[in-house]
Design a protein around this ligand. Sequence first.
Ligand SMILES: Cc1cc2nc3c(=O)[nH]c(=O)nc-3n(C[C@H](O)[C@H](O)[C@H](O)COP(=O)(O)O)c2cc1C
Length: 183
Amino acid sequence: MDDTLKGTFLVGSLRSESLNRAAAVHARSFLADGAEVTTPDLGEIPLYNQDLEENASLEVVTQFQREVSRSDIVVIFSPEYNYGIPGLLKNAIDWLSRPFGAGSLIGKAVGIVSVTPSSRVGENVREQLLQTCAILSDRTYGITLGIGGVASLNKGALPHEGRQALDDWLEMFTLYAVGRKPS
Ligand SMILES: Cc1cc2nc3c(=O)[nH]c(=O)nc-3n(C[C@H](O)[C@H](O)[C@H](O)COP(=O)(O)O)c2cc1C
């Protein structure tokens, strides 16, 4: 049996020096051969519009929804913007929620991570994402990860403690995703 997990990472920042993108890159290498991961460019997803959904089939959106549908795990890496979810990410999630009752996140193990310079560790965005994702997948992982106090990247990488915290969380999350209890 093939144990390789299929995953999609959603990064809620377009910034080239994004802390959250660096976390996604690290997570991808941590999971390495254990998961086949794609990280779609959320900047290419048009703004959600119900007219577009009903009257046109947008290849970029269809492709994105398919990618997520094929995944076992979806991990969100996102900053907090003004105590909330960045528009870029919320827009992508709104598309994934459609069609109503048959969205692409149904049944996916969804994990939530936020990396921030703030000591408040993205508590608002994680709480809001948890609320939104929990109505879209009943397998949303209730333990979110906030990595705070990260001022900048070091040669493109998160500081050691941040990477360690992410590794520990990913281990727990993947056990949850495959339905195993931690030993
Ligand atoms: C528009 C905007 C709003 C922000 N609002 C918050 C906030 O409410 N709470 C917070 O902790 N940080 C806030 N920040 C700071 C971000 O956490 C910080 O810029 C972070 O590094 C962005 O994530 P990224 O590095 O992945 O791009 C805000 C930044 C921007 C650009």
